[in-house]
Design a binder for this molecule. Structure first.
Ligand code: C2E
Ligand code: CA
Ligand code: CA
Ligand code: CA
Length: 278
C-alpha cells in the first residue's frame, strides 16, 4: 500500500510539473501573439427576449497558436493575470472591439452596447485605468453610454476603496458596470446596495441548473428578485434551452445571453448572422 501511495504522489507531482511547463509555454507564446497581433475578439450577442432583439455584444478573446493550437480563454487569461500581460490583452480587446462596434453603430438606428471584461489586477492603478478607458472610447468615438464594464465580485473585494472610486468615475462618465458570474463570489447583500453597479449577471452555472420542470430555479429566482429590489438590471448568461428562456421570461428577466441565441462569433460571422439580415 505504501508503494502505491508513493507512486500516486510521483504521478501527482508529474502532473503539476507538466501543468507548470504548459503555463510557461503559454506565457512565452502569448507574448509573441500579442506583439504579432494574433489575438482576436469574438462577439457574443446579448438579447432582449421580448422579440429576440439584439441589444449588444460581449467581447471575448480568442487565440489559436501555431505551436499550442487553440488555447482556452480561461487558461491564457489566468496566465496573463499572473504575469502582468493582462493589461496588454485588455488593450487588444478594447482597441478592436470599441472601433468595431462604433463602425457597426454607424449603420444602426438603435446602437449596440459593447461589454468588455476587466480583471481585478487592472484596478491596481484605478486613475490610470479610468483615463485609458476614456481615451479608448474617444479615440474610437464610441459613446460611453454604449459601453459596459464587466467585473467579478472578487474585483470588488480586491483594492475595494480604489476600485469603487474608479467605478464611480466610469459611471459618472456614462458607462455602466455589471457584476459577472454573480452568485459564485462573496458579495454580501448589505454592501451591494451601496456599490456603483448597474447590473447583475447571473452566472451560467445557475441557469444551467434550471431543469425542464423548473427544478433548481431558486437561486436565479432569488437573484432576479434581489436585482429588482435594489433597482438593478439583471441578465442571464449561459441560456441554452428554450425552457430556461421561458423560466426567465416568467420571472421578468428579459436580458439573456447564451448558445440558445448564439455562440461568440468572429467579426465576419457576426456580421453575416446578426447584422446583414436585420
Ligand atoms: P465570462 O466573462 O463569464 O464569459 C462567458 C463565457 O461563457 C465565455 O467563455 C462564453 O463563450 C461562454 N458561454 C456563453 N454562452 C454560453 C452557453 O450558452 N453555454 C456555455 N456552456 N458557455 C457559454 P470563454 O469565451 O471561453 O471565456 C471564458 C472566460 O475567459 C470569460 O468568462 C472571462 O472570464 C475570460 N475572458 C474572455 N475574454 C476576456 C477578456 O477580454 N478579458 C478578461 N479579463 N477576461 C476574458
Ligand atoms: Ca463576462
Ligand atoms: Ca460570466
Ligand atoms: Ca468567468
Amino acid at each position: 500500500a505504501k508503494k502505491e501511495n508513493g507512486n500516486k504522489v510521483v504521478l501527482y507531482n508529474e502532473e503539476i510539473t507538466k501543468e507548470k511547463n504548459y503555463r510557461y509555454q503559454v506565457e512565452a507564446r502569448l507574448r509573441k501573439a500579442i506583439t504579432n497581433e494574433k489575438i482576436e475578439v469574438y462577439y457574443q450577442p446579448k438579447i432582449d427576449a421580448r422579440g429576440d432583439v439584439l441589444t449588444g455584444v460581449e467581447a471575448l478573446l480568442r487565440w489559436t497558436d501555431e505551436e499550442l493550437g487553440f488555447v482556452q480563454p480561461d487558461v491564457f487569461i489566468s496566465v496573463a493575470e499572473e504575469t502582468g500581460l493582462i493589461h496588454r490583452l485588455w488593450e487588444v480587446a478594447m482597441k478592436q472591439a470599441c472601433c468595431q462596434v462604433r463602425i457597426w453603430n454607424g449603420n444602426r438606428e438603435v446602437p449596440l452596447n459593447l461589454a468588455v471584461n476587466f480583471s481585478a489586477k487592472q484596478f491596481q492603478d484605478p486613475a490610470a485605468l479610468v483615463r485609458q478607458v476614456k481615451d479608448f472610447l474617444s479615440e474610437c468615438q464610441l459613446d460611453p453610454t454604449h459601453f459596459e464594464v464587466e467585473i467579478t465580485e472578487s474585483t470588488l473585494l480586491y483594492n475595494m476603496n480604489e476600485t469603487i472610486k474608479a467605478l464611480k468615475e466610469l459611471q459618472d462618465y456614462g458607462i455602466s458596470v455589471s457584476i459577472d458570474d454573480f452568485g459564485t463570489g462573496y458579495s454580501s447583500m448589505s454592501y451591494l446596495k451601496n456599490l456603483p453597479i448597474n447590473c447583475l449577471k447571473i452566472d451560467r452555472s445557475f441557469i444551467q441548473d434550471i431543469k425542464e420542470n423548473y427544478d433548481n430555479a431558486q437561486i436565479p429566482e432569488a437573484i432576479i428578485n434581489l436585482a429588482r429590489s435594489l433597482r438593478l438590471q439583471v441578465i442571464a448568461e449561459g441560456v441554452e434551452e428554450e425552457y430556461q428562456k421561458e423560466f426567465l421570461i416568467k420571472n421578468k428577466c428579459y436580458q439573456m445571453q447564451g448558445y440558445l441565441f448564439s455562440k461568440p462569433l468572429n467579426r465576419i460571422d457576426f456580421e453575416q448572422q446578426w447584422l446583414l439580415r436585420e
